[in-house]
Design a binder for this molecule. Structure first.
Ligand SMILES: *Cc1c(COP(=O)(O)O)cnc(C)c1O
Length: 392
């Protein structure tokens, strides 16, 4: 039996211990967290929809109409009119034949991969894909083949040397969640076509943020692709509520309903939540002005950070990480920012590769120019300090 306390102590010594902080206010850029008022640069609520009064109103209306719990799984009696209507909205919004709701993005990725691949099949994945995609391939029992980050030539070589047995799936984040850079979906789709593979695109951070009407990176780049391209997007980020959906062809969605265990063996999410999401989706579609503000904040940050010589990454999305190297330094910088009333999480291994711990800064349309300037001022002080602060 493992000694858990000793293992935890070791984690602490390596600066890898994780602890939760308690938020006392509604979601937004101004948070009260662990008793302290902060400006947050950590949320994925990119458009400020998580506390939007119209979404709250729809949630209340949904509660009155459908109650709190769904009572059962979708295939028993849990599938509500609210879920059905939201699926139709999502299919129409993304221009795909069908959409299927999942309780979370994690479950959606697990469900799709296990439905499409199994022992004897291969799942090709970008090395920096989200954990749920990697776990999905493992749970499916498929062979997981990882290729160099955003390197289509490396993927092509792996596809070519894989032989012809079994099915293939290529899976990628559209916007990489810890780096903010984007996959070349058109190039991946060409490779998928050539090698008769499915392409599964996780648009968690593109949906609501990128493309015309916030339809996301998938629709922008692969809008007229066939049913061999599959979209997964989450509803708990820019959409401000909770859950996820998979959009694709009729046969794919029907297959998921028959076979995706993370869809079948779980209670359907509260119908009122789906009702609130319908309202959030309408707001998201009409939020071009907010997306323009968001882009403006990102621009301002990048221009200011470049002037300060901060180590910016190649990202034009609201995810703007600054790599600090060691976990200890990332933690110390995050703590120093916190002392200035700015909340920026330190992201450490194993979430990111060893030696690439970072501050993960995210922007929201709710940030004003002054918030960005305060962050830049603080970063100048904090990152300008010695490379390896003592202690912590
Ligand atoms: C957040 C996220 C998920 C998981 O979605 P949840 O709804 O939070 O479970 C999956 N993929 C990516 C890229 C994500 O950022």
């Amino acid at each position: 039996m493992r000694n858990l306390s000793a293992a935890l102590q070791q984690r602490r010594a390596q600066h890898l211990y994780r602890r939760r902080q308690t938020v006392e206010t509604p979601q937004g850029v101004q948070l009260r967290i662990d008793g302290q008022d902060c400006v947050s640069f950590c949320s994925n609520d990119y458009l400020g929809l998580a506390s939007h009064p119209e979404v709250l109103r729809a949630f209340h209306e949904g509660l009155e109409r459908f109650g709190t719990g769904s009572g059962a799984a979708h295939l028993i009696t849990g599938h509500s009119y609210a879920h059905e209507a939201l699926e139709e909205d999502l299919a129409a919004f993304t221009g795909r034949p069908r959409a299927l709701l999942f309780s979370t993005g994690y479950q959606a990725n697990l469900g799709v991969l296990a439905a499409l691949a199994g022992p004897g099949d291969r799942v090709f994945q970008d090395r920096l894909n989200h954990a749920s995609l990697l776990d999905g391939a493992r749970l499916a029992g498929a062979r997981l083949v990882r290729y160099r980050h955003r390197d289509a030539a490396a993927l092509q070589a792996k596809l070519a040397s894989a032989g012809s047995g079994g099915d293939r799936v290529i899976a990628t984040d559209a916007v990489f969640s810890m780096d903010g850079d984007c996959a070349d979906l058109a190039a991946l789709h060409r490779l998928a076509r050539r090698h008769e593979a499915w392409l599964l695109v996780d648009d968690a951070h593109g949906f609501g943020v990128l493309g015309e009407g916030g339809r996301g990176a998938f629709v922008a780049q692969l809008g007229d692709a066939g049913d061999d391209a599959i979209l997964m997007a989450t509803l708990g980020k820019a959409c401000g509520t909770f859950g996820a959906f998979v959009a694709g062809g009729e046969a794919l969605v029907e297959t998921l309903i028959q076979k995706a265990r993370t869809y079948i063996y779980t209670t359907a999410p509260p119908p009122a939540l789906a009702w609130a999401t319908r309202s959030a989706l309408r707001l998201l579609a009409a939020a071009d002005e907010h997306r323009a503000v968001l882009a403006e904040r990102v621009e301002r940050f990048r221009a200011g950070a470049a002037q300060l010589g901060l180590p910016l990454m190649e990202s034009s999305t609201p995810i703007q990480p600054l790599v600090t190297g060691s976990a200890a330094r990332a933690l110390a910088c995050s703590q120093a920012l916190r002392e200035r009333g700015l909340l920026v999480t330190a992201i450490r291994p194993p979430t990111v590769p060893e030696g690439s711990a970072r501050l993960r800064i995210t922007f929201s349309a709710q940030h004003d120019a002054d918030h960005v300037d305060r962050l830049l001022d603080a970063l100048r002080d904090v990152l300008g300090e010695s490379d390896e602060p003592a202690g912590r």
